[in-house]
Design a binder for this molecule. Structure first.
Ligand code: FAD
Length: 289
């Protein structure tokens, strides 16, 4: 008899694994399919000369007790088994510029953030305090980020531009660059990225910044262990390359490259949107997409 899952999730990045575990904890029968040999997507690691290297995630914010990632990871039952190392309180990130020998620190804790940068920009202390205040104000408008369950978003905050905002905080070009120095975390595009993306990202690290001692892959390993404890199936070497639709044009199963078919009542795609569009087939999608 064919097995039908409640939910089938394509892709075992952190998004796929976390969705899977939340649903499995709610009692649903879940299956995750991953195309690669290693689970975790950007959580994958590799080693050279016994040294572990991260491919993507290499530091995490908001992991101290009471902070948001700590709450999420505690709910997912992986917090106690993570091997973490707190990064330098006075400079988890250091921003440098060509010939300038100074390493400008991004410190943990808002007061400390202002204090450490004021050493290099003493006349900018008040502006730095305003920057920190504004970051926290914007983050407080995101209920899910703060795990408080409300649903409303403030439109005005969504449209604020990062570069314009930093320019409004200070006219000091060097300080502007220092504050934008970790913008590779959101693809290095301060011109087009809304300020809330900057705020949500740096806020988490200013709250607290940690390295995974054995690399980020420990997160995917722990999530998969939990998933199996909750009865979920997780398969690697399973690249989904075909969607099968029933007579009502509803997705009923997926096929992997090795022609294995998986049936489910509902599907979650946690893969890159263009790959998904290809698998679905353009004729199935409205022009809008
Ligand atoms: C270089 C780099 C550094 C980063 N550093 C940090 C950091 O230090 N801290 C931090 O918090 N964030 C960091 N990020 C961001 C973070 O890694 C990502 O936001 C997050 O890991 C994305 O997870 P995801 O689940 O959305 O997708 P992904 O991790 O991309 O997972 C998608 C998965 O789907 C699989 N897949 C794709 N197609 C198929 C298919 N057809 N069938 C089956 N499986 C499929 C892929 O193999 C992959 O495993 C970094 C990102 C990058 C790229």
């Amino acid at each position: 008899m064919k097995k039908t899952y409640d939910i089938l999730i394509i892709g075992s990045g952190i998004g796929g694994l976390v969705s899977a575990l939340i649903l499995a904890k709610e009692g649903l029968k879940v299956c995750v399919l991953e195309k690669n040999n290693q689970y975790g997507g950007n959580l994958q690691t590799f080693s050279r000369d016994k040294l572990i290297f991260d491919t993507g995630v290499h530091y995490l914010g908001g992991l101290s007790k009471g902070q948001n990632l700590h709450q999420f990871f505690s709910y997912l039952e992986i917090m106690d088994n993570l091997e973490l190392q707190k990064m330098d309180e006075n400079g988890y990130d250091k921003i440098t510029f060509g010939e300038d020998e100074i390493e400008y620190p991004h410190a943990q804790g808002y007061e400390n953030f202002v204090e450490q940068l004021s050493k290099y920009f003493p006349e900018e202390k008040e502006n730095l305090a305003n920057y920190c205040e504004e970051i926290q104000r914007v983050c407080n408008h995101f209920p899910r980020y703060n795990v408080i369950g409300k649903d409303s978003y403030n439109e005005e905050i969504l449209h604020l531009n990062t570069k314009r905002f930093i320019e409004s905080i200070t006219s000091n070009k060097k300080l502007q660059s220092v504050l934008l120095g970790s913008n590779f975390l959101y693809a290095g595009d301060s011109e087009n990225i809304p300020f809330y993306v900057h705020a949500l990202t740096v806020n988490s690290y200013i709250q607290s910044a940690y390295k995974c001692v054995k690399g980020g892959s420990q997160i995917s390993k722990l999530l998969i262990r939990k998933l199996r404890e909750y009865g979920a199936d997780v398969h690697k070497h399973s690249e989904v390359d075909e969607f099968i639709f029933n007579e009502n044009n509803v997705l009923s199963s997926v096929k992997t490259k090795s022609e294995k078919e998986y049936f489910a009542k509902q599907f979650i795609s946690n893969i890159e949107i263009r790959s998904l569009t290809k698998i679905i087939g353009e004729e199935k999608l409205k022009n809008l997409f």
